[in-house]
Design a protein around this ligand. Sequence first.
Ligand code: DON
Length: 579
Amino acid sequence: MFRFTYSVVLSILASVAGCASSGRPPAASVPPPPVRSGQTLDAQHGVVVSVCRIASTVGANVLRDGGNAVDAAVATAFALAVTWPEAGNIGGGGFMMVGEPSRVGQPAVHFIDYRETGPAEVKADTFAGKPTSHQLAGTPGTVRGLFTAHQTYGTKRFAWKDLVLPAAKIAEEGFVVDAALAASLNSGLARSEAFPEFRRVYGKVDGSAWKAGDRLTLPDLAATLHAIAERGPGEFYEGETASRIVAEMQSGGGLISAGDLKNYRARLREPIVGTFKGYTIFAPPPPSSGGIALLQMLNMFETLDLRADQRWSASTVHTIVEAMRRAFADRARYLGDPDYGTVPVAELVSKDHARQLASTIDPLKATSSEQVAPWAQLSETGGQTTHFSVVDVNGLAVSNTYTLEQSFGGKVVVRRAGFLLNNELGDFNPRPGQTNRNGQIGTPPNLAAGGKRPLSSMTPVIIARNGKIVLVTGSPGGRTIINTVTQVVVNRLAFGMSLRQAVDAPRLHHQWLPDGIRVERSLAEQHLQTLEGLKAMGHAIDATMPSRQGDAHSIEIDPATGRLTGVADKRIGGSAAGY
Ligand code: DON
């Protein structure tokens, strides 16, 4: 299991030289193997897969230089805060799963919850009207979460500052914009008149559109990252950066106070564990809804023998959609921050509950969403995140999804600090008691409160078989995240597609309300007959047909050889880097 390679040589050299906590290990006499990148990458030692080649390479360099997967994840996350600003962040929050391989029994999988919290003055109806971007900013968790990851699971061969500085350097020196980033920036800037600081920081000086080959430099962000590198998370939560956040809140009518920042804590929680067809699934617990919903759906698929028909038959897709409908109804009914109410996790993910839910599925006909949730009182009436996966030479795995909620959050850049704040508090149920057919939920478990974490759909997962970690995946996409991850997992584990095929395959989404299936355009193009079959069963197909759903950067580990396959989702322009 333990592969004696370059990094191991380095780690031995580092400990002999007594520099375990003083930064990079000394250069070894053996030349380091080159870090390569590509959309699909086979690697023997370590791999990072993210939306952005520069960030994946920053992480892969850390792996190659003797860092473990957690060290690499921290460096990748800071790099993405510079190179993928619509979602990579220091002003948002997220979830990290860390999977440690074990020689006997199951891997030890840990979960770091660095979700944003509601500022102390938030009440259940604070967001019932038309909240502003400043009001929707939650107390950010990313810097504290990454620090917790580094302190708890990093090697310490890399000092904190050595994981932050590569990002600071990229921001300071500037970097070349690629086609994906140009499109992202142009779309963010298109509706940003109300946010002059955002335009100043992320717009081109001459006001023209970004194009591939341009250079983006972020001097204020570079200075903030240098300060965080030198002074640690205290800089962000109690130092000069904290003062700048508070000043930004005061000038824009936001809610985050100095006390909220000072009191912010990342939380270590137990992941949810389930099984599917001989695999063990480690998934995020509340305040993510993703782990519970994913396991509920996989449990239903086991009960219903999803493989009875082929993958794109109307009957298979009908089963998948009906499972989605039921899992999302339970999500609305039961899920919220577990520190603010009891979430019946064990009951929800039990095989018995799945059997009961599955027994209500008519194999020939769509159930109406109102019928699956008679408890719901219905009244009349996009965004971005990013996921990356890392596996190192010893098989340590990181699955990380983090977010600003919408693309570029609420477009509030903290003045003189150069980073974007999230608008995550929009994930609370906005109007107590009001659940409507458009998908607005008003149920009690996810009502807003001070200190509370809004319910999330982020679903970073780690999957093992016979005690060995074999798959790491996750995705952005708001509520579609859960269904994207479910489809990647089912494609790979139940239908035997290669990971490349499983990630490339068209995706669809049903979230209970609104009661319709949203399909990727490619699904409509490739499987028109399936859609006709679904319509005949009574399903409504949403006419929106987005060009993409999710962005699932994934890694597979061959349990026999330990060989790694990094698969970047091509939907935006992802990249795997490794050696
Ligand atoms: O935590 C959540 O579920 C959402 N705030 C994530 C937002 C998101 O993925 C938007 N992205 N595409």
